[in-house]
Design a protein around this ligand. Structure first.
Ligand SMILES: Cc1cc2nc3c(=O)[nH]c(=O)nc-3n(C[C@H](O)[C@H](O)[C@H](O)COP(=O)(O)O)c2cc1C
Length: 378
């Protein structure tokens, strides 16, 4: 997949050459969270979607046929309790991507890795293997971990926020060398030590696979700007998307002379009419797993001592979409909002649905033509 590029291009340009996530579609599209029960929504509302390999494969193949650029899993080890134990049933993201690499043709398979839970030598080797299975269609999303009970499962505590990124910096330095060095090397860091480390073969993508990170804090943005190709944003309005994309690109350019692509996640409820879509939104909330959402909110440090109406309303964004940007409407309205996000500088949107199997088909039939008409898709 990697084209021969002239030596006067930056290594970053070489990484991006020929990759679906850097193709000429104005707005890249991906699916998010199909490896975890509930996907992005914490509800008992009716859905045909389940975490089975049959569904996983069907969804992936359909997204591939539709020309989507990426399948992005959630790295999760434990659910959030409550009525649904949201995300509690989940597939490992490396082996998931490996399986889907063999089932798909063009789409990028992303593995999301909690860096503290995976040794860099293991991660480098697994990533390389998936890159070979897929013929160079692999990307690695680097997350530092924030859900403390999950880290405690491993018998380890959670590091302080910025410390996680310092650990991540050592981790990715080791992985990058394993992907490119021909000779064994030693690394003696504050957090990680490797002795005479080597990994062969090297990935198909040269000099390395695409890297992604979802840091939005100052330490997270600095990590993204320095190390990765794509930053995943959390934004809640078009204005915020505009401000964020500009700020993050400027930061990468000014601080590290690098180009950073910015994409975001969104939960989409699209039905033939606006009213139908609103009804689905309401049904999700009516059957919402507010106990799970409260557990999530508490993990994120939001106080919710009493479970009164006000607190419950505050949890709606978590119930609905795990806090992701939510788009509700008929096909025209959904397309309009995606186009507005593109115009605000978003390079791509990775999408969650209540029922991935059914709704992806509807999205293909009713929304994709509108995106093509508008010129954000070919
Ligand atoms: C699109 C997207 C994907 C994410 N995927 C995961 C994930 O798979 N697992 C996880 O634990 N956190 C995931 N996160 C959460 C980020 O890791 C979290 O937002 C990050 O810790 C925030 O970093 P910050 O404190 O630097 O802003 C994701 C966030 C976004 C926006």
């Amino acid at each position: 997949m990697t084209a021969d590029v002239s030596s006067n291009q930056s290594p970053d340009a070489q990484v991006r050459e020929g990759m679906p996530l850097f193709n000429d579609q104005v707005l890249k599209l991906g699916l998010f969270g199909t490896n975890c029960s509930g996907g992005l929504t914490m509800t008992e509302a009716e859905t045909g979607y389940e975490v089975s390999w049959e569904h996983t494969r069907a969804i992936a193949k359909q997204a591939d046929r539709m020309g989507f650029e990426a399948l992005v899993p959630i790295a999760r080890w434990k659910g959030f309790g409550g009525a649904t134990d949201f995300n509690g049933t989940n597939f490992d993201t490396y082996t998931w991507a490996a399986g889907l690499a063999a089932e798909t043709e063009n789409i990028t398979l992303v593995s999301t890795s909690h860096l503290p839970t995976t040794h860099p030598i293991v991660a480098a080797k697994a990533s390389t293997t998936i890159d070979h299975i897929s013929g160079g269609r692999f990307a690695l999303n680097l997350v530092m971990g924030w859900f403390t009970p999950e880290m405690e499962m491993f018998g380890a505590g959670q590091r302080g926020h910025d410390d996680r990124y310092r650990f991540g910096e050592e981790w990715i330095q080791i992985v990058r060398r394993l992907w490119s060095d021909d000779e064994p090397f030693d690394f003696d860091g504050e957090y990680l030590v490797v002795n005479q480390a080597i990994s062969k073969p090297h990935p198909v993508q040269k000099p390395r696979p695409i890297l992604i990170n979802a840091g939005n804090s100052p330490a997270g943005l600095d990590f993204s700007a320095r190390n990765v190709d794509i930053n995943f944003a959390v934004v809640h309005s078009i204005d915020q998307a505009h401000e964020y994309t500009r700020r993050v690109r400027d930061l990468a350019r000014n601080r590290y002379s690098r180009d950073l692509s910015v994409m975001m996640s969104a939960f989409v409820i699209c039905r033939e009419t606006e009213q139908e879509a609103r009804n689905v939104r309401q049904a999700i909330l009516d059957a919402g797993d507010y106990e799970g959402a409260r557990n999530l909110a508490e993990t994120l440090g939001i106080q919710s001592a009493s479970f009164d109406t006000q607190v419950k309303a505050g949890l709606d964004p978590f119930v609905l979409s795990f806090g992701a940007y939510t788009i509700v409407g008929n096909p025209e309205q959904v397309a309009e909002e995606l186009i507005a996000l593109s115009n605000a500088g978003m390079d791509g949107v990775i999408i969650g649905f209540l029922d991935y199997v059914k709704e992806l088909e509807f999205f293909d039939r009713r929304v994709m033509p509108l995106l093509r008409e508008a010129g954000v898709r070919k």
